[in-house]
Design a protein around this ligand. Structure first.
Ligand code: NAI
Ligand code: MG
Length: 496
């Protein structure tokens, strides 16, 4: 949880960390600060500036000034700087991972280390793509030269969430900068420390103003970015609700947007997959070890009726064996929910499931009220079984470890239920019959379908949502070209 205080850093383990504007670590213009808490112990760990519109102005001015030179730098030279950042980040992954675990509550061993490593990989991937910012030639005849250029957009405004903060920040910074844009980013108020640490490392290699990272609250600071006239492109990851606000702000100024929003992703298990590997896959897809605080969580489990009970019995055995505890403890599999607001929200959904007579609690339930797990925002993996796909728990993004298991018998009905959602981000299909698995993959309305695995994104995948899960792609070469460049056509009469 974040609270606001006026100035004066307290004696905490991380102390105070400034924002990055124009190459400098700075305080907010107002001097106001946000206290960042460790959600596993409910203790303050650091303060960061509470940026507002005045700070956004400063950052946009710095990014605008830096843009002229940065866009003219040959793309491969920009790429080389990203590669240096990748190596510097790689050397500090442990520090980065510990910071992420401390502020997000995500377990160090199962989550934060992986996030720190993939962050270095993201810079490495995009660092190699400078030469791919290619245009085309258009064959208009011998006397005409017509070609296109991929030009940057200008200052990109980015707003990111807290669930995988450093990775999600890198996914915007690396492609935007490679393509020649500069950036003003706002970190999430609940998890700014890892992002600021990464920004500090980036700044060792970048000209001042190319990357600016602010800390602050949603409407106050993020809203000021969304409506700033100096910003030429908006890139947002977070809730669908705020995504709509960003898109409206963009409409006012006809600014392109990329939105990576929520999900309620289906997992369809065929009767031949009633096996341990598929159970492990469901646990991974549900992101139980990130407390299911993931936009791609496979939170609707469609189980064939023949295996419904046996599969859930296996799932219970494995999911309840996961160790919940201090995110920094190497033995911990599952850490904590990010803040009190999200914790309360998750508990409310569980409570609703418990109260509903036609929903059966398979395992889990409300968090313990006493003992060590009551000292932080710990929740426990919970599964409800119900025949329907139409109750609130099966329709809304819970962003907590609450899985609904739904019975099916007819394949077409399973796919129809899977698609009966306003979201369409990820999906998972489980079967040995690859033809059947791929037919299902093609029929599902989601931006990303995995067959027989429940892993995270890898740089190079064009990742993004269908329907209200988002617009645009950012995780790949095509994502960089589509989201962070604009095409210009130049046509020359060669007869003059
Ligand atoms: P949120 O969408 O409010 O926050 C994400 C980011 O947007 C944060 O940096 C926040 O400061 C900023 N923001 C909030 N209001 C804004 C505004 N009016 N203008 C500009 N920026 C604004 O998400 P929140 O409240 O942390 O979580 C609520 C729900 O959103 C979760 O339960 C989950 O369902 C969903 N969510 C989805 C994520 C995803 O990866 N797709 C990530 C985080 C949350
Ligand atoms: Mg919010």
């Amino acid at each position: 949880m974040s609270t606001t205080t006026q100035a004066k850093p307290q004696a905490t383990s991380l102390g105070y960390k400034g924002m990055l504007i124009d190459g400098q670590s700075v305080d907010s213009a107002s001097g106001a600060r946000i206290t960042v808490e460790n959600p596993a112990k409910l203790q303050p760990i650091a303060e960061v500036p509470r940026g507002n519109a005045a700070d956004v102005d400063r950052a946009v001015a710095a990014a605008t000034k830096a843009y002229g030179e940065w866009r003219r730098m040959p793309p491969r030279e920009r790429g080389k700087l990203l590669l240096k950042i990748a190596e510097a980040l790689q050397a500090r992954t442990e520090e980065l991972a510990r910071t992420i675990a401390l502020e997000t509550g995500n377990a160090l061993r199962t989550q934060a280390r992986g996030e720190a490593n993939i962050t270095a990989d993201i810079y490495r991937y995009f660092g190699g793509l400078g030469s791919e910012l290619k245009g085309e030639t258009i064959p208009l005849g011998e006397n005409v030269l017509s070609y296109t250029r991929r030009e940057p957009l200008g200052v990109v405004g980015a707003v990111i969430p807290w669930n995988a903060p450093v990775m999600l920040a890198a996914l915007k910074i690396a492609p935007a900068l490679c393509a020649g844009n500069t950036m003003v980013m706002k970190a999430a108020e609940d998890a700014p420390l890892g992002v600021l640490l990464m920004a500090e490392i980036c700044q060792q290699f970048l000209p001042p103003g190319v990357l600016n990272v602010l800390t602050g609250f949603g409407e106050e600071c993020g809203g000021a970015i969304a409506s700033h006239p100096g910003i030429r492109k908006l890139s947002f990851t977070g809730s669908t609700e705020v995504g709509k606000i960003i898109m409206r702000a963009a409409a006012e100024r006809i600014v392109p947007v990329s939105l990576e929003l929520g999900g309620k992703s289906p997992s369809i298990v065929y009767p031949d997959a009633d096996e341990d590997w598929a159970v492990d896959g469901i646990i991974a897809a549900m992101r139980f070890t990130r407390q299911s605080q993931s936009c791609t969580a496979g939170s609707r489990l469609f189980l064939h009726e023949d295996i419904f009970d046996s599969f859930l019995a296996k799932l219970e055995k494995k999911a309840t064996a996961l160790k919940i505890g201090d995110p920094l403890d190497e033995a911990t599999d599952i850490g904590t929910i990010i803040n009190n607001k999200q914790f309360t929200k998750v508990c409310r959904y569980i409570d609703e499931g418990l109260k509903r007579p036609d929903a059966k609690l398979v395992f889990g339930g409300l968090p313990p009220k006493t003992g060590p797990l009551s000292e932080g925002y710990f929740t426990i993996p919970t599964v409800f079984a119900d025949r329907s796909n139409d109750w609130r728990l099966a329709r809304e993004e819970i962003f907590g470890p609450v899985l609904v298991a739904i019975r099916w018998s007819d394949e077409a009905e399973a796919i129809r239920m899977a698609n009966d959602s306003h979201y369409g981000l990820a999906a998972y299909v489980w079967t040995h019959d690859i033809g059947r698995g791929l037919r299902a993959a093609h029929a599902i309305e989601s931006g990303w379908v995995q067959v027989n695995q429940g892993l995270g994104q890898v740089p190079g995948m064009s990742y993004g949502g269908f329907k209200q899960s988002g617009i645009g792609r950012e995780f790949s070469l095509e994502g960089m070209l589509d989201s962070f460049t604009q095409r210009k056509n130049v046509t020359v009469n060669l007869m003059v």
